[in-house]
Each structure stands twice: as C-alpha cells, then as structure tokens.
Design a protein around this ligand. Structure first.
Ligand SMILES: C[S@@+](CC[C@H](N)C(=O)[O-])C[C@H]1O[C@@H](n2cnc3c(N)ncnc32)[C@H](O)[C@@H]1O
Length: 242
C-alpha cells in the first residue's frame, strides 16, 4: 500500500526528539503503535540491576525530569492518537511509578482502554524491606472501541503475560530492551502483514526489528544517537542474529 508519510519513509529509523518528529507524521496513517516511553525516575542508579556486567550496557539513555513528565506524556500521547488510523491501536508500557500520567494522557487524548495487561518478568534483585518489582503495565488502547484489529490467536487470551527478559551474553545491549517474544505477541494480535507499526521511543530497535520480521512496515524515532546507530545496525542483520 502506498502511504504518504510526509517527510518520512517506511522502514526507517529517524534520530530526533519524538515531540518534534511526531507532529510531522500525517494524520491517521499508523495502524499500530507499540512503545515503551522514557521513565521519570533516576534510572542510572538502577542500571546495574538490569545487567550485572555494566560494561555491556550502552550508555546515553535519555530520561525525563520528574516535574516535566506529566506535560511530556500528554504531548506525545495526543500526537500518537492523531497519527493512529481510525481502526488503529496502541500498546503503552509503563512502570507503576508514573502510571497515573499515562492513564491521564490516554483519557485526555480521547482513547479507549481495552485492556490493562500485566507483563510479569524475572528480576533477580535482593530486597530487604519491600517486594521485588517484577511486572510492568501495558495499556492496550484504541481510537474506536467498535472497530480495531484483534486477531484472536489463543482461545483464552489472558491479560497476565509471563515472558522473561532476554540475556545477551557478551554483547552490548540497551538496559531496557523489550523481549522480542513480547513484541511479537502484540504484533500478532493487533496488526496484519503490510500494516505500519510506529515506535516513537525506539531504543535498541526491538519493535522495528520484530515488525520487519513479521512482514509489517515500521517507523522508529529515537533521540540518542548511539541507540539509533545500535537499532540500525541490528536491523541490518539477518533475523535471529540480533
Ligand atoms: C524505555 S526505552 C525503549 C526501549 C525499547 N523498547 C527497546 O526495546 O530497546 C525509551 C527510549 O526513549 C528514548 N527517548 C527518551 N526521550 C525521547 C524523546 N524525547 N524522543 C525520542 N526518544 C526518546 C530513550 O533514549 C530510550 O532509548
């Protein structure tokens, strides 16, 4: 299908601030958005928890100052809602800390929440006086609750997903990389081959790579140059060798 992507081309990763790039995307052209936006917490302090060999972790992750997070969230979700096709849907990842901002952004943008999925992953961190955080929230939201893609590939598609994080032995990784299995599940349920999938906070490029491997088109934005380079390099490799 020939879509007009404005200044962008299909199947490309663009370096820049999502708040500058999203407004340049034409209305209603994106079938599915899958995104894990930046956090508003001191992520660096936790970095070593994600990968015990810190030298394998790519530097430069951009987080948002806490006091700006509400406004930042409202702005990108409003733009995301605008670029979604009438039957489009979006999956937004969020930790519990700032979930409130995401929920408010979704409501203000006029989107409808279909499911609130819990992603349970393994997390081997020792705590003394609190529980170990080992889940993430994934909001499944749509523009039109009467018309959206949902390929019912399981008989009982439950809203708690147990999927382990990936360990990449000896190779550089980004601290927040989503497991491909998780992204594939979302794409299988909520898109079809040929659809356009957008991730405005692309990080290491998982959403783009899984979309491409599944015969979808993709568009990715990422503000940190090293992450962009990492995503492009990963996309240049054959499936299964990332
Ligand atoms: C949680 S990570 C995404 C991880 C990604 N899903 C993966 O699998 O690697 C969020 C990403 O958003 C990027 N980012 C932060 N602020 C941004 C902005 N204003 N525009 C575009 N990207 C941004 C960060 O550098 C980081 O790579």
């Amino acid at each position: 299908m020939n879509r007009d992507l404005g200044p962008f081309r299909e199947d490309m990763v663009y370096e820049g601030d999502a708040l500058d790039l999203l407004p340049q995307v034409p209305d209603g052209i994106v079938d599915l958005i899958v995104t894990d936006p930046p956090f508003a917490i001191d992520f660096k302090a936790q970095r070593l928890n994600y990968n015990r060999t810190g030298s394998h972790v790519l530097e430069g992750y951009r987080e948002i100052p806490g006091e700006e997070y509400g406004e930042f969230t409202r702005r990108w979700i409003t733009e995301a809602a605008r670029v979604l096709s009438p039957e489009g849907s979006m999956y937004i990842f969020s930790g519990w800390n700032r979930l409130r901002d995401i929920l408010e952004g979704v409501d203000e943008a006029g989107l409808t929440t279909i499911n609130h999925i819990i992603w349970k992953y393994q997390f081997g961190v020792f705590t003394k006086k609190k529980y170990v955080t080992s889940h993430y929230h994934i909001l499944f939201v749509v523009r039109d609750p009467k018309h959206y893609t949902f390929n019912k590939i399981e008989h009982y598609p439950e809203d708690v997903w147990v999927i382990n994080r990936e360990y990449w032995k000896g190779r550089k990784k980004t601290p927040t990389k989503l497991p491909s299995e998780l992204v594939k599940k979302i794409l299988d349920y909520s898109s079809n081959p040929g659809d356009l999938v957008l991730d405005p906070f692309l990080g290491s490029g998982t959403v783009a790579a899984v979309a491409r491997d599944g015969g979808r088109h993709f568009l990715g934005f990422e503000v940190v140059p090293e992450y962009c380079a990492f995503a492009r390099e990963s996309l240049s490799r054959k499936p299964g060798r990332r």
